[in-house]
Design a binder for this molecule. Structure first.
Ligand SMILES: Nc1ncnc2c1ncn2[C@@H]1O[C@H](COP(=O)(O)OP(=O)(O)O)[C@@H](O)[C@H]1O
Ligand SMILES: [Mg+2]
Length: 328
């Protein structure tokens, strides 16, 4: 299911929480929306998922306009949606299976069918045989697995994940993202991944929109944005991305003012040597490695450049197709 947003606005008093957002979220993909706390991500998701109405603008699921539907049709249309959240939103009084069964009970499915479907879903999320586990006995990762199973119960076409991994440690985050990716493929879902972590975007999304103060400041393929970020916010997010220790080797603890990104053919070119020759700049290479972004390898190098030649060197690097970010 494709989602199209046209000039969406949502105001809370004088606050423009969503301020003229237009996006095209392609079907059958994982689409990231990244922004800092307060950027308007959750407000935007509440509009796209029909929990709230926009003050202005239009929302389409495929060709169907959905922001003007009346309540009866909204309920119908919302069956196409699954949602998961940072705090899991599970019923603590119900066990895992009863949580997963809940939306199916609401839909009025018969008991036998619910039972069978719960077993299937527990298997899909890697919790086969754990249906009778009380929620309080499950780890964060397991709770999110139950929440994912529940979100998938009524066979949605869209899955919204609002900071779904923000309460989890990095290892569990990777496992949950791997599960979401697997499910996305298997069920041809359109997944909207809301996050404040660039690592989540890198490890799961194909495209991303960067949100700041309710507005989209950058949008595109994740590989393009990693290799060549445009907005200050995006650069800031990227300068904070933790590259896993196994992917980067640092031989100098101190320093490293710039992060260079090399992609595709540029990794075979002698860019640095050429820049040194042409500008006279001196590089001190502090760390280097490879980052995997949406299946594409991007070379990363953390360097210092002598201040006298830094400006000319950066210009030459960018001309040579290398992305340059200042690390703050
Ligand atoms: N129901 C609400 N009433 C008033 N202000 C709100 C409401 N929801 C969100 N906001 C404000 O809108 C802005 C965006 O919030 P939110 O969408 O939750 O951002 P994010 O999810 O990116 O952290 C914030 O300034 C927040 O305080
Ligand atoms: Mg939020």
């Amino acid at each position: 299911m494709q989602i199209i947003l046209k000039n969406l606005k949502r105001y809370y008093g004088d606050l423009h929480a969503v301020d003229d957002v237009s996006l095209n979220i392609p079907s059958n993909t994982i689409y990231g929306i990244i922004g800092k706390s307060g950027a308007g991500k959750s407000s935007l998701v509440r509009l796209i998922s029909m929990l709230e109405k926009p003050d202005a603008g239009e929302i389409y699921y495929d060709d169907k306009r959905i922001d003007t539907l009346d309540i009866k049709d909204v309920i119908q249309e919302r069956r196409k949606i699954g949602m998961i959240f940072q705090n899991f939103n599970l019923f603590s009084s119900r066990n895992a299976e009863q949580n997963i069964a809940y939306p199916m009970e609401i839909c009025g499915m018969d008991k036998e069918h619910i039972k069978k479907r719960c077993a299937e879903l527990l298997e899909v999320v890697g919790l086969a045989g754990r249906g009778d586990a009380p929620i309080s006995t499950l780890s964060g990762g397991q709770k999110q697995r139950v929440a994912i199973a529940r979100a998938l119960a009524c066979e949605p076409e869209i899955l919204f994940c609002d900071e779904a991994t923000s309460a989890l440690d990095p290892q569990t985050t990777r496992a949950i993202l791997a599960l979401i990716k697997e499910i996305q493929k298997k069920m041809s879902l359109t997944v909207v991944m809301i996050t404040h972590q660039m690592e989540v975007v890198r490890d799961s999304c194909s495209r991303v929109a960067v949100l700041e103060s309710g507005q989209v400041v950058e949008e595109g393929k994740v590989t393009d944005i990693f290799a060549n970020p445009q907005s200050e916010v995006t650069k800031d997010f990227l300068s904070n991305v933790k590259i896993s220790k196994k992917d980067i080797i640092r031989w100098s603890k101190e320093g490293g003012q710039y992060r260079l990104g090399f992609r595709g053919g540029k990794t075979d070119d002698v860019v640095i040597s050429k820049v040194t020759r042409d500008t006279g700049a001196m590089f001190n290479i502090r760390a280097a490695g490879i980052q995997d972004v949406d299946g594409e390898k991007i070379g990363v190098m953390i360097v210092d450049i002598d201040s006298e030649h830094a400006e000319a060197a950066i210009e030459a690097l960018i001309k040579g197709g290398v992305s340059v970010e200042e690390i703050k």
